[in-house]
Design a protein around this ligand. Structure first.
Ligand SMILES: *Cc1c(COP(=O)(O)O)cnc(C)c1O
Length: 366
């Protein structure tokens, strides 16, 4: 029996060719492919600047440092997300606040953000769940009124549109973070990127990515450099960037197929799932449905060759976060959503035959 997972990478000859050519080139890292990939992301999203990084987690960490998050600062994010969206605040020494989700989209609810704002709040990290953009105009309005930064966690959302803009253009935010982990829409193995339109943030991110090292024009012709802050090695290699370049070229095709699959499931399964808002044209990363008995469904699915996944265990219910003072019941919508959600297979290499087969198997176990 053919097995299906909820998501996986889509690689083809052009990807293999690009990676092999880079392996034969003089630069395995810190070379031209990294810059070419960053420029391609700028061209695609419409952002002015891009800094590639070793993962989205690294990108979120640098973003928090670049806006100066430190002890005593509060940052608001969604509880329905991967751990990295809130862990990055803790890395920087800040305090995490969650704002509950809206059930229609499983995205952060702007009205709930407003309730969490105090005089210590410094930033909001909206997470574009399953690839659908949050209501950025509303969130931007709240941020402007309260003088807050916005860092978009777009780990799910490369290729997605919000109104007439690409997610990542940073029209409504200070920075946007993408992930290129193999389960995400395009991959570099591990990897991520930060986009911004702010030159000052861009320069801070560049330095922090590489040990806080600076090289001025007058140092450029010598061995000299200065370390002015404590940075990291969060660089992407040229091998990874080469893969990213060829993957990005296929993104619009991936998006088309992902949307076709979502439509197919909507039509042939009719299970309750996320509602796409008018402002969104999502490059869907996940297809979560709600089922009555999620536990039973998960195990039955396994017996018919479907290895599904749950997105997400609400972050505030993790033991580490409970130790920080959060409790079960703090964010009821995220918890209600979690109890019923399960993500079905969604990746561009699924054929029409695969889809027919998957729908048949699901109907058999419902
Ligand atoms: C995958 C993911 C991340 C982390 O991405 P990495 O590249 O694996 O570090 C962050 N946020 C969300 C919402 C994710 O899904």
């Amino acid at each position: 029996m053919k097995k299906y997972t909820y998501g996986k990478q889509s690689l083809s000859f052009s990807d293999f060719y690009n990676v092999l050519s880079t392996l034969k080139s003089p630069f395995l890292t810190c070379g031209p492919k990294v810059k070419e990939f960053e420029q391609a992301i700028c061209d695609y999203t419409g952002a002015k600047y891009c800094v590639s990084v070793s993962s989205a987690t690294a990108g979120l960490h640098l973003a928090m440092l670049a806006i100066g998050i430190a002890k005593g600062d509060e940052v608001i994010t969604s509880p329905n997300t991967f751990l990295a969206s809130s862990n990055c605040v803790l890395y920087a020494g800040g305090t995490v606040k969650f704002a509950d989700i809206e059930l229609e989209t499983a995205n952060i609810n702007p009205a709930e953000i407003e309730k969490q704002i105090t005089d210590k709040t410094k930033a909001i990290i909206p997470v574009h769940f399953a690839g659908q953009s949050c209501d950025m105009e509303k969130i931007h309005e709240i941020a402007t009124k309260n003088n807050l930064f916005i860092v978009e966690d777009a780990a799910h959302a490369i290729g997605s549109d919000y109104k007439d803009t690409k997610v990542g253009c940073c029209k409504y935010s200070d920075m946007t973070i993408f992930s290129f982990h193999p389960v995400k829409t395009i991959t570099t193995g591990e990897g991520g990127a930060i986009t911004t339109n702010n030159k000052e943030l861009y320069e801070k991110l560049l330095a922090l990515r590489s040990h806080g090292m600076h090289k001025d024009a007058k140092m450029a012709t010598t061995w000299e450099y200065e370390m002015r802050e404590l940075g990291f090695n969060y660089r992407l290699t040229d091998i990874q960037a080469a893969l990213g370049i060829s993957q990005l070229k296929k993104l619009d095709k991936f998006k088309k197929r992902r949307r076709e699959i979502v439509e197919y499931y909507n039509k042939h399964l009719g299970l309750p799932n996320l509602i796409e808002k008018d402002f969104s044209n999502a490059c869907f990363h996940l297809y979560p449905v709600m089922v009555r008995n999620r536990e039973e469904f998960y195990h039955k699915a396994k017996t018919v060759g479907l290895n599904l996944q749950v997105h997400y265990i609400p972050v505030h219910t993790q033991p580490y976060y409970k130790n920080l003072g959060f409790n079960e019941g703090d964010y009821p919508s995220a918890e209600i959503y979690y109890k019923k959600c399960i993500s079905l297979p969604l990746y561009p290499t699924l054929s029409d035959r695969d889809l027919k087969e998957i729908v048949k198997r699901i109907k058999d176990i419902l």
